[in-house]
Design a protein around this ligand. Structure first.
Ligand SMILES: [Cu+2]
Length: 414
């Protein structure tokens, strides 16, 4: 009986070890990184990213790639998110697996926070330089002060090579070329360990002799003065003066070695130039919009009027980075992330060309797994059941018009 018990105990212990080891080595592959868990109505009603282009999806260490595109700052910005008066164009990656060699909005370099205006559309570009090998899900994103991160679509990009080869050369205004990856590291190590050693030496000087009980007794019996000898005092003074001398001398020699230094450059960049999207000649009225719970689709009834001089068809509905396309009208050629691209996700009850001057009411269904995967269906949990998105119309010559739609989105239950 005892033997069986022992065996059971041993086996359970082995099982426990195996479980723990498995748990340690289990690293689930995440395919989205934060945005799914954010409130659906916020993702639909803040920043609309479109016309995105990733110049590569495989890049060697030290090579660069660009992510460019446009974003529209939705005029019906939610109350709970501060207006984007102080925003920062960021990139969503797990640490500096790339470095950001440059980022621009409206052609202006934006290393600092910028002011964005509600209702405007901006053009952006981010230049990334590969640093760490692996498969990385790279997002464009905007940080809004008082609002949080507004995450754009992410695309998988593979970096090949070895991180040891990464260099980040910069030529300073004093004419030196340095590698930012390692610059000044020696000094940081030297001074950190130097002062740490001096602190240890001071401790060591006192720790040599009995520390607590004999000293406590001496102090409580009124003989505290006997604990610090004249020699101890001299050592104390030597440490104090030595520290001051080293600080002053090191400061002097550093100023000599780097005679030209400037303060950190900071401050909000205002006056960022928006782009003028061509005035749309198509007007759209959302008569009603709904989504089934549970379900993978949303429906809209749209009254579309074509005031232009060329017939148009609806090619795309874009909300929260999910692109629903009518395959008959538009085909994506930008390599848009698969999980966000519904190539045949848009169904229009009558998508024949809408002639100039004509008005038509159509039923539009935007349907794809992405609606559920990216938890837009979770709008049912949100305190503001309204959506917003971009509609793209195309005329016969391929000319494109963008129309913003925004309306309540009413759930229907089975
Ligand atoms: Cu991601």
């Amino acid at each position: 009986m005892k033997i069986i018990k022992d065996k059971v105990a041993k086996l359970s212990f082995v099982a426990l070890l195996v479980t723990m080891t498995a748990a340690i080595f289990y690293t689930p592959a995440a395919s989205a990184h934060g945005e799914k868990s954010q409130a659906a109505f916020m993702r639909m009603r803040t920043i609309h990213w479109f016309d995105l282009n990733w110049s590569k999806d495989e890049v060697a260490i030290n090579d660069t790639m660009t992510i460019s595109g446009k974003f529209h700052v939705f005029a019906g910005w939610p109350e709970t998110v501060d207006k984007p008066e102080v925003s920062f164009l960021n990139i969503g990656i797990p640490g500096p697996v790339f470095i950001r060699a440059g980022s621009w909005i409206g052609g202006q370099l934006v290393p600092r926070s910028v002011s964005l205006e509600l209702g405007e559309t901006y053009e952006f570009k981010v230049l990334l330089k590969a640093r760490r090998p692996g498969d990385w899900h790279v997002h464009t994103m905007m940080n809004v002060e008082g609002g949080g991160p507004i995450i754009g679509p992410g695309k998988w990009v593979t970096i090949t090579g070895s991180m040891g080869e990464f260099v980040n050369p910069i030529t300073t205004l004093t004419g030196d070329t340095i590698d930012l990856e390692t610059y000044a590291l020696d000094s940081i190590y030297f001074w950190s360990f130097f002062w740490y050693a001096i602190g240890l030496a001071w401790l060591l000087f006192w720790v040599k002799r009995p520390l607590f009980v004999p000293r406590h007794i001496a102090v409580s019996s009124g003989k505290a003065d006997t604990l610090i000898s004249a020699g101890d005092k001299k050592v104390g003074v030597a440490f104090a003066i030595g520290t001051l001398v080293i600080v002053a001398a090191a400061m002097g020699s550093t100023n000599e070695k780097y005679p030209v230094t400037t303060p950190l450059q900071a401050g909000l960049l205002r006056g960022i130039k928006p782009i003028q999207m061509p005035e749309s000649t198509v007007t759209v009225k959302v008569e009603d919009a709904s989504y089934r719970v549970p379900g993978r689709a949303m429906q809209m009834t749209l009254t579309i009027t074509n005031n232009g001089d060329s017939a148009v068809r609806l090619g795309e509905f874009n909300t929260a980075s999910v692109r629903f396309l009518d395959a008959d009208v538009l085909e994506d050629e930008t390599g848009y992330p698969d999980d966000l691209l519904a190539e045949e996700g848009l169904t229009v009850s009558d998508n024949s060309p809408l002639a100039p001057g004509e008005t038509r009411t159509v039923n539009v269904t935007a349907s794809d797994a992405a609606w559920e995967v990216y938890r837009l269906a979770d709008l049912i949990y949100d305190p503001d059941s309204r959506f917003a998105g971009l509609l793209f119309f195309f005329d016969e010559d391929g000319g494109r018009q963008m129309v913003m739609v925004d309306a309540p989105l009413i759930p229907t239950f089975i």
